[in-house]
Design a protein. Structure first.
Length: 241
C-alpha cells in the first residue's frame, strides 16, 4: 500500500474510533469529513521524459504509452487522482532533452518517472560517446524529479525502427539500436535502476503491421498497449498501490 495512503487511512480509522468512543457530535464529524476528503483527493504525479516514442508521434493524444499507463492506473484506483506531465518531442536527442528539463525547472515531488531516449542520437549519427556522457546526466535529472528515490524510475529500451516500412528490415539499424540498448541495460543494472525491454515488441512490426502507426515509422496505439502491459505491474508496485 502507498505509504501516504496507509498513514491517512490509519489516521482516519483512529478518528472514527474516537468518534464512537466519545460520542462527540459535530466537531468530530467535521474532522472525519475533512480526512475522508483528503483520502478521496489523493494525487499521484507521474512524469514521462523522452522523444517521439514518449510523445506518441502519429497516434492520438491519449494513445501513447504514458497516457495509456495513466488511464490504466486510474481505472484500477479511482479513489486516486493521477496527474501526468510529459516532456518529450519528436526528434529530440539526449542533449535536447537535457535542455528541455533544465528549462522546465522541474519540482521534485513526482511519484513515478519514465525515461525513453536515444533513437535520435542513433538516427542523427551522433558520436556514441555523446550518449555515454549525456545518458547518465538524464538519469540523474530523472531521479531528482522523484526526490532522489531511484526506485521510482523506470527506463525503457529504444524501439527498433528497422522493423517498420521506413526501416525496411535494415540490419545496420538494428545493430546500432542494440548497441545503445546494451549500454542502457548495463548502466541500469550497475546502478540498480529498473529497466524494461520493449524493443522486441517493436521488432514484430513487419510481421504485425498493426504495431506500426500510419506514418510507417512509429509504434501504433496497439504497440503502446503492449508496452503498458509490462509497465503497469511495475508502476503499481513502485507506487505502493
Amino acid at each position: 500500500m502507498h505509504l501516504n495512503r496507509f498513514i491517512t487511512y490509519s489516521f482516519y480509522f483512529y478518528l472514527v474510533f474516537v468518534s464512537f468512543s466519545c460520542r462527540n457530535n459535530s466537531a468530530t464529524e467535521i474532522i472525519e469529513d475533512e480526512v475522508f476528503e483528503e483520502i478521496i483527493n489523493e494525487k499521484i504525479n507521474m512524469l514521462s521524459l523522452g522523444d517521439s516514442y514518449t510523445i506518441g508521434q502519429s497516434v492520438c493524444s491519449t494513445c501513447g504509452f504514458p497516457e495509456q499507463l495513466r488511464d490504466s492506473l486510474q481505472q484500477r484506483h479511482n479513489e486516486v487522482e493521477f496527474n501526468l506531465k510529459v516532456i518529450a518531442r519528436t526528434g529530440w536527442t539526449t542533449r535536447n532533452l537535457i535542455n528541455a528539463i533544465d528549462n522546465e525547472e522541474l519540482s521534485t515531488n513526482f511519484d513515478l518517472v519514465t525515461l525513453l531516449i536515444g533513437v535520435n542520437n542513433q538516427y542523427q549519427k551522433l558520436p556514441f560517446s555523446t550518449f555515454e556522457t549525456e545518458f547518465p546526466q538524464l538519469i540523474q535529472k530523472a531521479i531528482a524529479s522523484v526526490n532522489s528515490n531511484t526506485s521510482k524510475l523506470i527506463v525503457l529500451s529504444i524501439p527498433d525502427y528497422a522493423f517498420t516500412p521506413f526501416g525496411n528490415g535494415n540490419t545496420s539499424i538494428s545493430s546500432e539500436i542494440q548497441k545503445y540498448n546494451t549500454h542502457i541495460k548495463n548502466f541500469c543494472l550497475t546502478n540498480n535502476i529498473t529497466f524494461i525491454n520493449i524493443t522486441d515488441i517493436t521488432q514484430a512490426g513487419l510481421e504485425n503491421p498493426e504495431y506500426v502507426a500510419s506514418d510507417g515509422l512509429h509504434p501504433s496505439k496497439e504497440a503502446y498497449t503492449e508496452f503498458v502491459k509490462l509497465l503497469l505491474p511495475l508502476s503499481t508496485q513502485k507506487l505502493g498501490l
